[in-house]
Design a protein. Structure first.
Length: 173
């Protein structure tokens, strides 16, 4: 059975893409996320100018209950990440992490060191990033967008459609 035949989470997907990534740095984008007024260009510019090991797109989430669907980060006053928490039961702040991240190629070396999450049985993106943070690599947050949702259910799809409709109406005025 091929390593590609069974889906085992996002870190596994990155591992499966290692040959395609080669020696390049890379931009991770998740297809189930909708971002309004995204700032990808500015994010890449910051990654390069500050020579970061990684940069994680986050947004300031007013509804902290939504943070439990993705991850949160604890940072210093300059946005340097020192802790990432996957699907926190209680929000510790208003930072909601997204799957929009830029990484140095060397993040791939941390895949084997990333622990398997005991509840979900797969390696989680925040844990992969935490391994690099724990080794002293500079990874920062970046305010990636104004509004965000991810789509994992029919209800999420309706939320995304409403969000896009509101954005379209605002853009027309």
């Amino acid at each position: 059975m091929s390593k590609y035949s069974k889906q085992k989470g996002l870190v596994h997907a990155i591992e499966c893409a290692k040959d395609a990534i080669g020696k390049d740095d890379f931009f991770l984008l998740l297809g189930d996320e909708i971002l309004i007024n995204s700032r990808h260009r500015e994010m890449i510019k910051m990654f390069k100018e500050e020579n970061l090991f990684g940069i994680c797109g986050v947004l300031f989430q007013k509804d902290t209950s939504k943070i439990s669907r993705t991850y949160t980060v604890l940072t210093d006053e300059n946005g340097k990440i020192f802790r990432l928490i996957e699907k926190p039961k209680k929000a510790l702040n208003n930072f909601q992490g997204t799957g929009h991240c830029v990484f140095k190629n060397e993040i791939l070396f941390y895949i084997d060191r990333t622990p398997i999450h005991p509840e979900r049985g797969e390696k989680e993106l925040p844990d992969l990033i935490q391994c690099a943070v724990d080794d002293g690599h500079l990874i920062k947050i970046f305010n990636i967008c104004d509004e965000y949702t991810n789509i994992n259910s029919e209800e999420d799809l309706k939320t995304a459609e409403n969000l896009l409709k509101i954005y379209e109406e605002v853009s027309e005025n």
